[in-house]
Design a protein around this ligand. Sequence first.
Ligand code: ADP
Ligand code: MG
Length: 314
Amino acid sequence: MAKTAVVAIGGNSLIKDKDHQTVPDQYAAAVETCTHIAGMIAQGWDVVITHGNGPQVGFILRRSELAAHELHTVPLDSCGADTQGAIGYMIQKALYNEFRKRGMTKQAATVVTQVLVDKNDPAYQNPSKPIGSFMDKEKALKHREEDGWVVVEDAGRGWRRVVPSPIPKRIIERDAIKTLLDHGFTVIAVGGGGIPVIEDEEGNLVGSEAVIDKDYASSLLANSINADLLLISTAVEKVALNYGKPNQVWLDRMTLSEAKKYLAEGHFHKGSMGPKIQASIWFLERGGKEALITNPENIERALLGQTGTRIEPD
Ligand code: ADP
Ligand code: MG
């Protein structure tokens, strides 16, 4: 039987650098990553693809802000849905073309995904994730007054809106994702960590102006569908200890205990590699068997055991 992997693709699979941010540029980057994902599917894997959306949400917010004199602005949960659709489309098109090229009969489909978070999550008491443009003080205080935004001053660079980043609790569309997967589809889901929703007193879902870490949501999804592997694709081939320092060492593998120890020792930066290691730790602690971190171009080789960093149970 085929093995299942959740493949979390990083920002570099859509935006390579500051000079390549247009939609055609993003598509070209997606095509490159999808070549390798199709390669992995050709090796026999069933795949759910998850992706980030930070810069893309930033673009929507900026457009929305510039057009505010004429058009309604877009709430953050809607930005999440918009980017899941647009990025899902890019990945579907890239995979369609790559499957066709390889003579594979696979199909890809995107599921707009809501992710339940707890309204009592401490993150709501301490919004910390900056989003949108920098503002001057006057504008920031106006948004605080009129829109209820939490705004903070970012050392020297101006004011910025911050939103909560709660822990994902449940993938609302889990059954739809699993059903598509069981019927042979390659699924794109939980884009941008999913659209955060909370339950009101009656149990109805309400969109939340928050953001969920895409690596955490990917890890939860991987456990919810009993995936064999959580594969995190990012801008580095392997994970390092003492990253960027003269005594840097690239790791081929770490056990769960080692991963926890290195994380506590501060080897993995908080806003980048840290969440990937934490996501891998949670995946294994909830019963997952293996997490693997590498870059898009090395996905197939890493799956054959030739590179990447593996995190395994003790
Ligand atoms: P993504 O968009 O894939 O989430 P991030 O920039 O958030 O990418 O995280 C990946 C980055 O983490 C790598 O490109 C690398 O620069 C950085 N990084 C931080 N600590 C480490 C480490 N210990 N080993 C390898 N890379 C690290
Ligand atoms: Mg990241």
